[in-house]
Design a protein around this ligand. Structure first.
Ligand code: ATR
Length: 266
């Protein structure tokens, strides 16, 4: 049996097993199975050992371990190295490799969003945030970042080579932004609220509010944006695209993101 896992904490919300098992079925990988597992930090070393011993074939990593897993890995792909963030792991030539498929997933999800020369406002500075910045550092005009714990946003600025990042205090206002992205975990639990005020975006029909969370489908952050008349996006397409690349790394199979798989998440 080829065993795959998504590990995180919390993990209940993860729909990775649904998607990967669907593809495993569809492509007749009858000897493969994908499950979710809630971990504590101390369990990370154990999971990597199981990959080393071929007890586990592949792992997806989600909050809050995308950075914390790195010391246990033998090698990182280029984007994982640049972002210090890993979401996909497998064994290659007797080494345990960490990959970042979030950057590509996020980039593909922005197909219909024009962010060239626009102002971006990023909420949060957790494990996935460096992948979000990576995309914008080439084309955006300015990237504002805020985080409840400001030091973590400062760290991201320190690693910034684009010179486009400005850290603002939590609840501090920025100049008007075109795209506002929630990268925090607030909203994963039903009715959780960031308690940030975006009144100044009332009736701004072209401003996009993007929540990386895909389950629940509509967080309070997005509900409020809809009520204000803003455009909204959840993390569904990013989730599917990052899963598509992970599946290819593990199995060599290029799966299609078709209506059927998109509907699975509705
Ligand atoms: P980590 O912080 O260990 O990298 P993460 O799950 O990848 O974990 O990131 C969680 C993100 O959600 C962080 O930006 C976190 O803010 P802090 O750095 O201040 O912890 C943010 N977050 C979690 N709960 C929050 C809350 N109640 N209010 C605001 N931000 C919150």
């Amino acid at each position: 049996m080829k065993k795959y896992l998504v590990v995180g904490n919390p993990i209940e919300h993860s729909l990775s097993p649904l998607i990967h098992n669907y593809w495993m079925n569809k492509y007749n990988l009858t000897d493969s199975t994908y499950e979710k597992k809630k971990l504590d930090k101390k369990d990370l070393v154990n999971i990597i050992d199981q990959i080393r011993n071929d007890e586990i074939k592949g792992v997806n990593v989600t909050v809050p371990f995308k950075q914390e897993i790195i010391p246990f890995l033998d090698k990182l792909d280029r984007i994982a190295k640049d972002t210090r963030s890993v979401n996909t792991i497998c064994k290659v030539n007797n080494e345990v490799w960490g990959y970042n498929t979030d950057v590509q997933g996020f980039d593909k999800s922005l197909k219909n969003v024009n962010y060239k020369n626009k102002n971006i406002f990023i909420l949060g500075a957790g494990g996935v945030t460096s992948s979000i910045i990576y995309n914008f550092s080439f084309a955006a005009k300015k990237i504002y970042i805020t985080n409840r714990t400001k030091e973590k946003a400062d760290q991201l600025k320190k690693a910034d080579i684009s010179g486009k990042i400005e850290v603002v205090d939590w609840k501090q206002k920025t100049e008007p932004c075109d795209l506002i992205i929630n990268t925090t975990s607030v909203g994963l639990k039903k009715d959780e609220n960031l308690n940030l005020d975006f009144k100044e975006y009332e009736n701004k029909k072209d401003t996009v509010f993007y929540d990386l969370i895909y389950n629940p489908k509509e967080t309070k952050f997005l509900k409020d944006a809809k009520l204000r008349g803003n455009k909204v996006m959840n993390g569904k397409m990013m989730f599917l695209y990052q899963a598509q690349t992970a599946f290819k790394i593990w199995t060599g199979i290029s799966v299609k993101i078709d209506d059927e798989v998109i509907k699975l998440l509705d």
